[in-house]
Design a protein around this ligand. Structure first.
Ligand SMILES: Cc1ncc(COP(=O)(O)O)c(C=O)c1O
Length: 453
């Protein structure tokens, strides 16, 4: 066995989203610990993590109380066959339902991809058993730029070509439409007209596909990894109306926007629109344990209540779904989020961050748009403000590398749309303070300076 305490790590690790040829010796770089919003590497250098891990460590790193809950649960009941009931899992399902404010049932898995796969199976089986159509309703409409996961169904719903090229064909029955994108909307449309037009495209797609074949529309209330696209206020309510008109179910993927990130407990709360199914993962246990959840309204759950001995029940199991340690930790992470009003902090510090970015960079020729909600933020980089041509790849990666050298880890919409991975993403832990927000602004300013030289 290699000595895990030695400084030089054995390099058999195949990293995600990484061109290993470009690592150039950096593969011996590793992170040893983290506290609050900061990571520390093996040389003691610290990095402000503006991505909260991968949009998940909402309560910040190093929370002893979460480690304590995990340890206690591991000692008492470290695992349970998910067809049996563990107390923390049932309790957390209730908590989720209460917070959402509508009657429903919660199915647990261990990731966002699985939560979405689960939703797709649920809507198909629901339509079959509820007899909502003479046809078999199986199609899922989703949007370009959105990411819904890496498993084949969730990937098929994903609207990011770079994540799919080389792995297709995926399963059939997935159809894409354009999302609202105010910064690049037709200049003659008002914001409201843009929202109306994008919702109208969903209606047209349902009709063109044959409304009796469409099972559901899935969307993030606010597209996150695809570039932080905030819809006009009228869009989600209109999509809800359209779905209802055609008997199509509406799924909200709140894997990123759930639990405080946007300055509201849920992303959909900003738009006063409820879905039929909602999926969570990432921030649910604040990244301390893997967990995913699919919450279905009671009417959907009830369509699975057939006769004993038939196969009308949901025939899926996830070995690690409803893991008692994950649900116990999630319960505590949600409690911390509520007790410390991290949602309020995300709202306040997010607004401050965007204000500071705007005053430092609003006039910069390479900054096309600064946008966000709470601590879900983006800076769209362009060659120039008039053409809005996406900034060249080397410029974006150069800025990020410069920031990293200077101790700030920034993200971008990498490997999404060919030639359009030009959006910086800033989505830090929800405990971020104003001093750290200033540090992020300084890093973006300095990075832009370095690539403009
Ligand atoms: C909106 C959204 N949905 C689903 C997923 C998939 O989650 P996971 O990586 O846990 O499978 C992600 C992951 O980034 C996501 O951002």
């Amino acid at each position: 066995m290699p000595d895990s305490t030695s400084k030089a790590l054995p390099d058999q690790l195949w990293r995600p989203l990484t061109q290993h040829r470009n690592l150039q010796g950096k593969d011996s770089h590793f992170i040893v610990e983290a506290k609050g919003c900061y990571l520390t590497d093996q040389d003691g250098k610290s990095y402000l993590d503006t991505l909260a891990g991968l949009w998940c460590v909402n309560v910040g790193y190093g929370r002893q109380e979460l480690a304590d809950v995990a340890q206690a649960q591991m000692s008492r009941l470290p695992y349970l066959n998910p067809t049996l009931t563990a107390e923390p899992t049932a309790t957390f399902a209730n908590t989720l339902q209460e917070l959402l404010g509508f009657e429903g049932h919660v199915y647990f898995s261990s990731s966002g991809s699985e939560a979405n796969e689960t939703a797709f199976k649920m809507v198909r089986q629901h339509h079959l058993q509820a007899g909502t159509s003479g046809q078999r309703r199986f199609k899922i409409i989703s949007r370009y730029r959105a990411y819904h996961g890496n498993t084949m169904g969730a990937l098929a719903a994903t609207g990011q070509a770079e994540r799919k090229i080389g792995y297709e064909p995926g399963p059939p029955g997935f159809v894409h439409v354009m999302p609202p994108y105010p910064y690049r909307a037709h200049p003659k449309l008002t914001l409201e007209e843009h929202g109306e037009e994008c919702a109208h495209q969903i209606e047209e797609t349902i009709i063109y596909e044959g409304s009796d074949t469409v099972a559901a529309v899935i969307m993030e209330p606010i597209i996150s990894g695809g570039g932080v696209l905030i819809p006009p206020d009228n869009y989600l309510p209109r999509v809800r109306e359209i779905c209802d008109r055609y008997g199509v179910l509406l799924i909200f993927d709140e894997v990123v926007s759930g639990f405080g990130r946007t300055g509201s407990l849920f992303g959909h709360s900003h738009f006063d629109t409820l879905p039929d199914i909602i999926t969570f993962a990432k921030g649910l246990a604040s990244g301390y344990m893997p967990i995913g959840a699919t919450v279905a309204r009671e009417e959907i759950f009830e369509s699975f209540l057939g006769e004993p001995g038939d196969i009308s029940h949901f025939r899926q199991v996830n070995t690690f779904g409803g893991h008692p340690v994950a649900t116990a930790v999630a319960q505590k992470a949600v409690t911390i989020t509520l007790e410390e009003d991290l949602t309020g902090n995300a709202r306040d510090v997010g607004e401050y961050l965007r204000g500071q970015l705007q005053s430092a960079l609003g006039e910069h020729p390479h900054v096309g748009d600064i946008r966000g909600m709470g601590l879900l933020n983006a800076v769209e980089l362009v060659e120039d403000k008039e053409s809005k041509t996406p900034l060249r790849e080397a410029g974006v990666t150069g800025l990020i590398a410069h920031a990293f050298e200077n101790g700030v880890l920034l993200g971008r919409n990498g490997n999404t749309i060919p030639g359009r991975c030009n959006i910086l993403l800033i989505s830090p832990p929800l405990i971020l303070n104003r001093m750290d927000a200033d540090k992020i602004v300084e890093a973006v300013v300095a990075g832009l300076g370095a690539i403009s030289e």
